[in-house]
Write a protein that binds this ligand. Structure first.
Ligand SMILES: [Cu+2]
Length: 489
């Protein structure tokens, strides 16, 4: 690529979003919620391409039921879920239930399934009786088209609300009294006609990213923070590639759950980094001076600047205009006011719970495996993103594990870019990063590997046999090879 083209490309990445400046500040309309009743949830979802309203303008996006984000599904452990899923796109797709502990087989969470254009398919599964409560999501997982489909808007949330069992927190009185807000973060790269731009070749390598950041399909929505009360923010990064570094300006917040699963106690945070696929529950006590507080997206460099520099042989030209020199931007605002604890007649109490759920300590692993994430060329597929020297092969089992055992996986990033690792079906805990023990014991289903970082995770393989996948959640990387198959036997 010529230098001129490259510079304009970089400028396009870094440009202040015009829409964000012009759009009227919208009050968020939460996504439509489908709740299970009497132990069952039956819904129809249709994926289609069409004109929808996005942040006060019109855009041609892929949606579930013509909504950005798609409908929110709320279920309880033990529920039967039946989704009549129609693919009205002109390309194959499917559904993945990210973070749910479901069989990877049958009509449940099979990432190898194809739902052809025009086809209506049934997903039919039971949420396990012992499933923890939490915040999860669904999105397409048809290899080769995942980045394109997610970047066009396909994503929806799933909330599991459980009873009082260890690990669950929904029953805690403080959280019962809290106001809950779900925030789905997506980014878009739209042209003047509201069409999603096809990424230039380098962006397919880096991971496609847009400068229009939306929260629940809106630009800079406002949320109510009850004075004297507690706000429970449940934030999902549903972007294809963008990593968010979030900060609540001049206001404390406390991390209460990672990837939807409760911590043992709230942890005060400065900023929260969410790689694609990651979630965070944050508790915001309304104990500051009434006013408005900005939720900021801070600049974050996931290794693109260095990568671009080495690619172009012009390391020094990457001054202004790279993604890592973006300005902080307000993506939502929290306003004190509205219904307060005092107005509703109850006592004013800022109750931050001191303890949350339990997070079990896992036994020592029976097997330790290494996975090397790097860039190169696969000898067969010629894909450039590799795990242990190989790009994804549809018919190759890369790793076989025994159900009922615990393994440690050592994830070694030998490349200069972030590669957020995601495992389907089973959760894990991070044990160490670069040899340093992880201070927080927490459940995860995505862990970001920083450039040249080694992360050790511990995985209990539970309940379900069958084949599923692990992959980089920069979805362009996944589509271009950075995925492997694990068979649980
Ligand atoms: Cu990656």
């Amino acid at each position: 690529m010529e230098r001129r083209q490259f510079l304009s490309l970089m400028a396009a990445v870094a440009g202040t979003p015009l829409v964000a400046r012009c759009a009227r500040l919208a009050t968020p309309s939460p996504p439509k919620v489908y709740r299970s009743e009497s132990g069952s949830l039956a819904v129809a979802l249709t994926a289609s391409l069409g004109r929808v309203s996005l942040g006060g303008r019109s855009a041609t996006l892929m949606t579930y039921n013509q909504q950005i984000p798609g409908p929110q599904l709320e279920v309880r452990p033990g529920d039967r879920v039946q989704i009549r899923f129609t693919n009205a796109l002109d390309q194959p797709t499917n559904l993945h239930y990210h973070g749910l502990h479901l069989p990877p087989t049958g009509l449940a969470d099979d990432p190898f399934r194809t739902v052809a254009p025009g086809e209506t398919a049934l997903y039919d599964f039971q949420i396990p009786d012992a499933h923890p409560s939490g915040f999860f999501w669904y999105h397409p997982h048809f290899h080769g088209l995942v980045a394109q489909q997610v970047f066009h808007g396909l994503a929806g949330t799933i909330i599991v609300r459980g009873d009082e069992v260890p690990g669950n927190v929904d029953h805690l009185p403080e959280l019962q009294a809290a106001q809950e807000a779900v925030l789905v973060l997506q980014d878009f790269d739209l042209d003047r006609r509201g069409q999603v731009r096809e990424p230039m070749p380098p962006f397919r390598m880096w991971g496609r990213q847009g400068d229009l950041i939306t929260v629940n399909g809106q630009v800079q929505p406002r949320f109510n923070l009850p004075q004297g009360g507690l706000l429970r923010l449940r934030i999902l990064n549903a972007s294809a590639s963008r990593v968010y570094q979030l900060q609540l300006a001049d206001h404390p917040w406390w991390l209460a759950a990672t990837d939807g699963r409760s911590l043992t106690a709230p942890v005060a945070q400065e900023s929260v980094i969410l790689a694609p696929g990651e979630r965070a529950d944050l508790l915001v006590p309304g104990d500051r001076d009434p006013g408005s507080y900005a939720l900021l997206s801070l600049p974050y460099d996931r290794g693109i600047a260095a990568m671009a520099g080495s690619m172009m042989g012009h390391g020094s030209m990457m001054g202004r205009g790279t993604v890592d020199t973006e300005e902080p931007q307000t993506i939502a605002t929290l306003d004190y006011g509205g219904t307060t604890a005092s107005e509703s007649g109850t006592s004013i109490l800022v109750n931050l719970p001191t303890a949350l759920g339990t997070v079990e300590t896992l036994p020592e692993p029976s097997i330790v495996r290494e996975f090397v994430f790097d860039h190169g060329i696969d000898p067969e597929t010629h894909d450039p993103f590799l795990i242990n020297g190989r790009a994804f092969g549809h018919h190759r089992v890369d790793t076989q594990v025994q159900v009922g055992t615990v393994e440690d996986w050592v994830l070694i990033n030998k490349a200069g870019m972030d590669h957020p690792f995601h495992l389907h079906t089973n959760w894990f805990q991070v044990i160490s990063r670069n040899g340093q023990p992880e201070p927080l014991r927490a459940w995860k289903d995505v862990v970001n590997l920083r450039p040249y970082e080694t992360v050790r995770i511990r995985i209990p393989f539970r309940d379900f046999a069958g084949k599923t996948v692990y992959h980089c959640h920069i979805l362009d990387h996944e589509d271009q090879g950075m995925m492997g198959i694990v068979e649980m036997v």
